[in-house]
Design a protein around this ligand. Structure first.
Ligand SMILES: [Zn+2]
Length: 435
């Protein structure tokens, strides 16, 4: 997220991700200024403490200071433009018969800029000339949003009041599950908006905006992020912006030494570390904590667009297994690797639960004599010509009699496989025990 364009009132892009209060990085290469990247700011300067704290920063998780969040840290919005075109001679107009519409729609049947909308609320109203009725169209957005602008489009004389562009603004404050990254490519998911009073604090009372786990450094070797931590800190300290252009430092004149000396001159530790105090009990921590300013970006992958749940729902017509797809209410695939994981743990009942009971379990006939699941026919009760109820017993079309016909529970996909095999002249026989 960032500043994709500067013509907010005029743009009509399908979807834009905007950062509300971006700041300029304190450590950047010359190209940043050459291409005037400050005009399209893309991130926020965060106070970062490199510490393993609580466990909510394990692996690639990241703790965000709740106070920083409340101050608007990394607040973003999505701008969506919708083009509405009416057929024939129909035109936008608010229905006079529905007084409730007045709260949301203007006389022209459209919401005015600034109106708050929600899922299923009236979005616009028009007069359908063909049926001579007013029609109200509901908003299909899943989230609450605000109307940013409403514009009539096209040739005004020819298409007057028939084509409109409505831009909606969807607020997206940072939430648990949203993605962030430093410019070194250290991406992480917000795992908690941690109360500031419980976070560690420095001797000057500074509380980090972001808690970054130190285990992210050794394997990824993002030395640039460590240099940035020190450079950012010294830049903030001395009111400077540091040059991050490659090859400006050498083995004799190292970046670490340069920024270390600047930090020292400002009264800080040469290595960029600080004494921190536990936010929980106030005790001084025995380890020195690497603490500084890093330019963080908010990435466009947000939980709201990705979350997926299913209890029961639609199934595939052929396999009778749950369908896939987030939009269609499908399930999350429990694939081969997941299956192997459960096998390796000996979790047989969980495996059966996932792959059978909660999937394509079917109750079907089987003949234990010939082992076929396709040949047996169900017992049916029918009315004879004389009007009497007549019962037809279970029969097996292979054996001729139905004495050995019973029921079994199998995955439907197995039955489907047997049917497909029969179509190429392969007969599948089951060996059944204790039927
Ligand atoms: Zn049979």
């Amino acid at each position: 997220m960032g500043t994709p364009c500067l013509n907010w009132p005029k743009q009509a892009a399908n979807k834009l991700y905007r950062l509300q209060t971006p700041t300029t990085p304190l450590f950047r290469p010359v190209h940043h200024d050459n291409v005037r990247l400050d005009d399209f700011a893309m991130g926020t300067n965060a106070i970062v403490a490199v510490i393993s704290y609580t466990g909510y920063d394990m692996e690639d998780a990241m703790i965000i200071n709740k106070c920083a969040y409340e101050r608007g840290f990394a607040y973003g919005s999505i701008y969506k433009s919708k083009f509405i075109e009416l057929d024939g001679a129909s035109f936008f107009a608010r229905s006079p018969h529905l007084p409730d519409l007045n709260k949301i729609l203007d006389n022209d049947g459209l919401p005015h800029a600034g109106t708050k909308l929600w899922h299923g609320c009236p979005f616009y109203c028009y007069f359908d000339v063909d049926t001579s009725t007013y029609k109200v169209v509901k908003l299909d957005e899943k989230e609450d949003c605000v109307v940013d602008s409403v514009r009539y489009c096209g040739n005004f004389k020819a298409n007057a009041r028939r084509m409109v562009c409505v831009t909606l603004r969807i607020p997206r404050p940072p939430t648990i599950g949203d993605k962030f990254a430093s410019r070194a490519g250290q991406k992480g998911i917000c795992s908690q908006r941690y109360p500031a009073e419980d976070l560690p604090f420095s001797e000057t009372g500074l509380i980090p905006d972001i808690v970054f786990n130190p285990h992210g450094f050794p394997s990824r070797m993002t030395i640039a992020m460590m240099i940035e931590t020190m450079a950012g800190k010294s830049a903030a300290l001395h009111g400077l912006v540091h040059d991050a252009t490659p090859f400006r430092f050498s083995e004799k004149h190292t970046a670490i030494d340069y920024f270390g000396r600047l930090l020292e001159a400002g009264g800080y530790n040469y290595y960029g570390t600080e004494r921190l105090y536990s936010g929980v009990d106030g005790r001084e921590m025995s380890a020195d904590i690497f603490f500084g300013v890093v330019h963080y970006q908010r990435l466009r992958h947000m939980v709201f667009d990705k979350w997926q749940v299913r209890s029961t729902g639609p199934v595939d017509a052929i396999t009778q297994q749950p369908i896939k797809g987030r939009k269609r209410g499908g399930g999350v695939r429990f694939g081969e690797m997941e299956r192997d994981a459960l096998i390796s743990h000996g979790a047989a009942f969980l495996l059966q639960d996932r792959l059978f009971h909660n999937s394509d379990k079917t109750h079907t006939l089987v003949c234990s004599k010939c082992g076929s699941i396709l040949a047996p026919l169900k017992k049916i009760i029918m009315r004879s010509e004389t009007g009497k109820l007549q019962s037809m017993p279970d029969t097996c079309r292979l054996c001729g009699d139905g004495t050995a016909v019973g029921y079994i529970e199998i995955p439907f996909s197995f039955k489907y496989l047997v049917s497909e095999l029969s179509s190429v002249n392969i007969n599948a026989r089951l060996k059944l025990m204790n039927i």
